[in-house]
Design a protein around this ligand. Structure first.
Ligand SMILES: [Zn+2]
Length: 253
């Protein structure tokens, strides 16, 4: 598996929200490195690529905030790279910020700027590489931006599981993936704020490993293993690295 990362993501000055908090990327990375994956640096998404997912006026507005645009276009580029690697047969995890699943075509909230994961899928579709996609969003919050950006693509399905207990949550994800008949790729919005000590107050570290495994098993069954994941939320820094690591170990296999 490839780990998409760039030291520039450690610069917390692009925003003042929780996703931009100092030390957050270092915390995530502390669980991943050293690790059994090759680190690959992304290049920023181009404006032309960003316009696959976003309204021109919105993108132009973000360009007026140079530090934010630089970070967000790099994050989007990281997701695009992850998608391309995954399509080529190499699973990938994009450890990027700002997150993207609350970024819609016309705007964004919830610490997001560009719809990283949806954009990566739209790039693959525009290049003729995929016709369908299944998105598993394990963040504590609904990926409303992803849904908005993909609304006119009926063969892109977004699944946000909700359940009362960790066991029910895992069962729900397993059942949904088992019921999936076909997809060209599986993409995971990998938020870690559903952790029991984070805002979602639910999942434990081994649950993230199991979620990674479930996505990997489904990708192997359905689409020659094609899968990638993009970091979304996750704010409990003491355990963020362990949770990201657990997910990636399950996801990489
Ligand atoms: Zn969240």
């Amino acid at each position: 598996m490839k780990l998409i990362y760039d030291a520039r993501f450690q610069d917390s000055r692009y925003a003042t929200d929780n996703a931009a908090m100092p030390g957050r990327m270092e915390a995530a990375l502390s669980g991943l490195l050293p690790g059994p994956w090759d680190v690959v640096a992304p290049v920023p998404a181009t404006v032309e690529q960003l316009l696959l997912a976003h309204d021109e006026g919105y993108v132009q507005g973000v360009t007026g905030d140079a530090p934010r645009f630089a970070m967000a276009s790099l994050a989007a580029g990281g997701a695009i790279l992850a998608g391309r690697l995954a399509h080529g047969g190499e699973p990938a995890f994009a450890c990027v910020r700002p997150p993207g699943h609350h970024a819609s075509r016309m705007g964004a909230w919830g610490h997001c700027t560009f719809s990283n994961l949806a954009l990566a899928l739209l790039v693959l579709r525009a290049e003729g590489r995929i016709q369908s996609a299944f998105i598993l969003d394990i963040d504590a919050h609904t990926g409303d931006g992803t849904r908005d950006v993909l609304v006119h693509w009926p063969r892109a399905e977004v699944f946000n599981p909700f359940a009362a207990t960790p066991a029910e949550y895992l069962e729900l994800v397993a059942a949904r993936l088992a019921g999936l008949a076909e997809t060209d790729i599986i993409a995971v919005s990998a938020g870690f704020d559903a952790y029991r000590l984070d805002v979602g107050h639910k999942l434990d570290t081994p649950d993230f490993r199991r979620l990674g495994e479930l996505a990997r098993e489904a990708a192997r069954r359905l689409c020659r293993g094609r899968r990638f994941a993009v970091l979304e939320g996750g704010y409990y820094l003491p355990d963020l690295g362990a949770n990201v690591r657990a997910f990636c170990e399950g996801f990489a296999g």
